[in-house]
Design a protein. Structure first.
Length: 283
């Protein structure tokens, strides 16, 4: 297969999951957004992680119509939730039509997971997603059985949902697809690609595949990093959202498909799940 450099491609790309309001981007966000636009990124979903960044996410999205907001409580932040978070969240969702739900989910790999608190917050949020028919962006690490159990009363979810940075068991892919799942993939593990990971990625139905950076998290290995970025305060590697074309090239090689055709399919999948986005401001 011919390797096609991302710089040779002009593609319409969509990042299904990232965190533009992460404090590690705060010093150079306008530059980052401009670089994304220059690289053909036509839309993205920026996720909040907890009550502390819901307004920031909504404000950013109102300034950039090609950025879709998602608000929710990430499992890492459920232990520190305040009393009134749920009503505050519902009020914001109801007053911002088009706002998505995320990042929510379950994580049994974190230290002190407080799984009962996680599941309580997740159930409340997924119930609201089902009732309001809003797609949700879901994080799941080592909690696949619990996640399915909590989703089960609402399945299949008519609005669909995203299993972000999907890395669940291959044999569960058909079950999740039947439940309404879309699967988004980042290039984080590109350096250590096992046969089972290849098998898992090839099991994803092509009409349910999305790509993401999860930036500033999950930087891909150096060979898949076109836009190196360091955290100004710690010097650690960050993931620049303009690395998205590399994710497309990487996944198209695994699937042995043409990157342009795959980009069109992914654009169509993005719009099917999240709905139409406003046209990008050419400036
Ligand atoms: Zn995330």
């Amino acid at each position: 297969m011919n390797r096609i450099s991302p710089v040779e491609l002009t593609l319409n790309l969509y990042d299904a999951h990232l965190h533009l309001t992460d404090p590690r981007f705060s010093k150079n966000l306008p530059d980052i957004l401009q670089t994304m636009a220059a690289k053909g990124i036509r839309g993205c979903v920026t996720n909040a992680t907890g009550e502390h960044d819901w307004n920031e996410v909504l404000n950013l999205a109102s300034a950039y119509p090609w950025v879709r907001p998602a608000i929710g409580v990430h499992p890492w932040w459920t232990a520190s939730l305040g009393q009134d978070w749920y009503q505050h969240w519902i009020d914001l969702l109801d007053s911002h039509p088009g706002c998505l739900i995320g990042e929510i989910g379950l994580d049994l790999a974190m230290r002190d997971p407080h799984i009962n608190k996680q599941r309580l917050a997740f159930r409340l949020q997924i119930k609201a997603a089902a009732e309001r028919q809003i797609p949700a962006s879901i994080h799941c690490v080592r909690a696949w059985n619990e996640l399915y159990e909590d989703l089960k009363p609402f399945l299949p979810l008519a609005s669909g949902f995203l299993l972000h940075s999907f890395n669940g068991p291959s044999e569960s892919v058909p079950k999740w697809a039947e439940a309404g799942a879309y699967f988004s993939i980042s290039a984080e593990g590109a350096a250590s690609l096992s046969p089972s990971r290849i098998h898992q990625l090839r099991k994803i139905p092509i009409e349910r595949l999305l790509i993401e950076t999860d930036a500033p998290n999950s930087p891909p290995p150096d060979e898949w990093t076109n836009h190196p970025l360091l955290d100004p305060s710690t010097g650690k590697r960050l993931n620049h959202p303009a690395n998205l074309p590399s994710v497309l090239i990487w996944i198209s090689q695994i699937l042995e498909t043409n990157p342009q055709e795959l980009a069109s399919q992914i654009a169509s999948n993005y719009h099917t799940l999240f709905g139409e986005t406003a046209p990008r401001d050419p400036s």
